[in-house]
Design a protein around this ligand. Structure first.
Ligand code: DP6
Length: 323
């Protein structure tokens, strides 16, 4: 039996599209910040008595395609370790509110860590990153803390994450604005595939990412939060342009997303530097230097209320222990 704790991450340069669907090899590199406030703790126990994998998330039994994704990752672990036993998986998502920030990144990173340890495998962080990738692309990066790069590579061996700066010693922070309206969403898996196969703009996306990756790494080395934020904001808008330009076009934004984007731009016009990024849902994450926290927080709170805001700092990499 083993347990792992992994934090979620938010991409500053997004992963949006796969070269290989089965192995989850991305079209491009990507870069993220691991966050302290959002994490998943997962315990895995392989048990000969079980006839099927049993997956509980926050006390609820998982079924259908979500459970099948867990079994898929467990099958990879069983194959590598030679185990045949089914597993009991017990997972807790620690998110400050129930609204819409549960993440496949922390979930699959924690599952990879706990399942491999419980099966007796001693994996390096790189191997763990590759294993987590088989569950969900963004999980590749959640093995490490701080600022993390996922190098696309070209096959299972070469596609993994590397830490850029595990201990972030400058004041970058994010506020997550929970604007989830619980409407049915387009999964990132489906949405990115639609973008790859139908957006006429997709062909320039790899160039956009190559340029943004080089620029953001320079900005990180210079600890230039404004530059990091500006690159992240532009990259996010261009990623979302790939959904709008797909056939049929779609968007993850709702009216609150647009409102939040407008507020961030207005804050900037008033001399408070902050920047937005959005993923495969309507929530907005605002990036800023901690010296601006009060100004950013109070302005967002006036619009959305404090219940819908979560302040997050850079978080740590995965922890794994035997129970
Ligand atoms: C917009 O990692 O959820 O958050 O690999 O199909 O499981 P799968 O997709 P997922 O996609 C994340 C997309 C994103 C950008 C990012 O995290 O880089």
């Amino acid at each position: 039996m083993a347990t792992a704790k992994a934090h979620t991450n938010i991409a500053l340069v997004k992963y949006w599209g796969k070269k290989d669907q089965e192995l989850i090899i991305p079209q491009t590199d990507s870069l993220s910040l691991t966050l302290d406030e959002f994490y998943t703790t997962t315990r895995v126990n392989f048990d000969q008595e079980l006839t099927a994998d049993q997956v509980m998330i926050n006390g609820q039994q998982l079924a259908g395609p979500a459970a099948a994704k867990v079994t898929h990752l467990l099958d990879i672990v069983r194959q590598r370790s030679g185990l045949s036993a089914r597993a009991r998986v017990d997972s807790q998502n620690h998110v400050p509110t129930a609204a819409g920030l549960a993440s496949s990144a922390s979930a699959f990173a924690a599952l990879a860590g706990a399942a491999s340890r419980a099966a007796g495998l001693q994996l390096s962080r790189r191997e763990l990153s590759r294993l987590a990738r088989r569950g969900s692309g963004s999980a590749t990066r959640s093995i490490y803390g701080g600022l993390v790069e996922w190098q696309a590579g070209h096959d299972d061996q070469t596609s993994y994450a590397l830490p850029i700066m595990e201990q972030v010693d400058f004041g970058i922070e994010m506020i997550a604005i929970l604007v989830d309206t619980h409407k049915k969403k387009v999964s990132s898996r489906f949405g990115m595939q639609q973008s790859v196969s139908t957006s006429p703009y997709y062909r320039v996306w790899p160039e956009v990412v190559a340029r943004d990756m080089a620029a953001v790494k320079k900005a990180i080395a210079a600890q230039d939060i404004d530059q990091i934020g500006a690159i992240a904001e532009e990259n996010a808008l261009r990623m979302h342009a790939l959904t709008l330009s797909a056939d049929p076009g779609f968007t993850y934004f709702d009216s609150d997303t647009i409102t939040a984007m407008t507020i961030v731009r207005e804050l900037r016009e008033n001399g408070v530097n902050c920047y937005f990024t959005m993923d495969a849902g309507p929530n907005v994450k605002v990036i800023y230097d901690q010296v601006n926290r009060k100004a950013v927080y109070s302005t967002l709170a006036a619009q959305f209320g404090t219940d819908r805001l979560v302040v997050a700092k850079p978080g740590p990499g995965i922890e794994i222990w035997n129970d």
